[in-house]
Design a binder for this molecule. Structure first.
Ligand SMILES: [Zn+2]
Ligand SMILES: [Zn+2]
Ligand SMILES: [Zn+2]
Length: 135
């Protein structure tokens, strides 16, 4: 049983009904990214309440956020706290954690072009097997 109140306390976040509900939802569905529309819908809050709670969680590194089709999506942080990449389904939001960096070789090649100080995005997007079969 996850202690939501304890998680909020650890981050010095004041408990509110919606913060608790949003945290509970994100933990329950930690295997995927959920759109802010769905979050708002499922906890019956208005947009700005959901948005403020999610921004607060993100600032405290409790969740990840990403953009799919110009919309914000959120997902609870992985148990793997190290920086790692996510493969994300743009249809259902499924989140797969990668244990390797897909850009390492590319960056090595780019060094030969005289570039340095590379940085790259955490997220890689595609369509998962299940969604591919459904379309
Ligand atoms: Zn999918
Ligand atoms: Zn992950
Ligand atoms: Zn990387």
């Amino acid at each position: 049983m996850v202690d939501f109140l304890q998680i909020l306390k650890e981050h010095n976040i004041k408990r509110t009904k919606y913060r608790m509900a949003i945290l509970e939802l994100l933990i329950k569905e930690e295997y995927r990214f959920i759109s802010i529309d769905e979050i708002q819908d499922r906890v019956s809050s208005d947009f700005s309440t959901a948005y403020r709670a999610l921004e607060l969680f993100e600032e405290n590194e409790m969740i990840y956020k990403t953009k799919i089709n110009e919309k914000m999506y959120y997902s609870y942080r992985c148990s793997n706290k190290e920086y790692h990449h996510h493969l994300i389904c743009t249809e259902c939001g499924l989140k797969v954690s990668l244990d390797f960096c897909p850009f390492e070789d590319l960056e090595k090649k780019c060094e030969t072009l005289g570039f340095g100080s590379f940085h790259h995005s955490r997220d890689l997007f595609g369509i998962c097997k299940k969604c591919k079969n459904e379309s």
